[in-house]
Design a protein around this ligand. Sequence first.
Ligand SMILES: NC(=O)c1ccc[n+]([C@@H]2O[C@H](COP(=O)([O-])OP(=O)(O)OC[C@H]3O[C@@H](n4cnc5c(N)ncnc54)[C@H](OP(=O)(O)O)[C@@H]3O)[C@@H](O)[C@H]2O)c1
Length: 286
Amino acid sequence: MSDLVLRGRTVVVTGASSGIGAAAARRFTELGATVAVIGRSPQKTAAVAKTIGAESHVVDFSQLDDVRRLAEELLTRYPRIDVLANNAGGIFASRKESTDGHEMTFQVNYLAPFLLTNLLLDRLAQTPGGARVVNTASMDYRKGNLDLDDLDTTRNRYRWRSVYSTSKLATVIFTRELARRQQGTGVTASAFHPGVVASDVGRDSAINGALMRSWLGKALLSTPEQGAEPLVHLATTPDPVTIDGAYFHRLDREEPKNTQATDPALALRLWERSALLTGLSATNRG
Ligand SMILES: NC(=O)c1ccc[n+]([C@@H]2O[C@H](COP(=O)([O-])OP(=O)(O)OC[C@H]3O[C@@H](n4cnc5c(N)ncnc54)[C@H](OP(=O)(O)O)[C@@H]3O)[C@@H](O)[C@H]2O)c1
């Protein structure tokens, strides 16, 4: 890839205070982009931004009001947004609720990025040359099972793995529906699985977190830099229309292996429900 292909472009990366997002943010600055490093921890976010010479912004996805505040901050600061990388995410060993009363995995991994994307959509559509939304999903989406009547897992038993998988299935469905709704606007969308990466993602689960941080985990798993490769690829691949709505397993395009992922009626209902839950008005519902 030639140097500085992103010169003059602005790339917004959530979850950039560590792991895959931090590695991607670093690569985007190397490619010449103005990068908005977004994280939850002010200290970690500022440290990453300082190291790569970028600006930092802080948000807590467990509060939808904070997502709205961040969107305003970004709209004020960046006259163009060429790439929005919705990468922040987490795993929660036991059921927790957000400030907004939603199950935490559902809100942090799906609902907050849904809201942020919608609040930035006009700016994305106005960006000269078009803009891309790249969503960090996971191969776990294959095992997801979306129950629109129990998005907050109050009725079904909480199992962290299946709730995480379902949040990533929602991400894949959202990506495809966003691509469909934005056809012809210049905004494209894609999603990917980064590989199994040694990072802090399992920090809330004692066994998972310890494995990921251990020398064995680090030896067996991919590095954050490797995990960032598909994100950088999807953000820079020359003709974004060819990847619009697509899901990638690392660098390989994959037709979704979950029938819910390709159900247009479910996608429509999930979008409408998400718009209601986030209080989006009819005018900015994508
Ligand atoms: N690692 C893997 O094997 C793997 C596999 C498939 C998919 N993924 C996905 O890849 C993405 C990045 O994860 P990672 O592996 O790089 O893990 P990570 O190192 O733990 O990074 C997660 C990032 O998300 C941010 N974040 C977490 N909760 C947040 C919240 N409530 N509000 C705002 N930001 C929040 C974190 O911010 P702070 O650190 O500042 O709290 C951090 O920057 C996630 O979406 C994850 O689901 C990872």
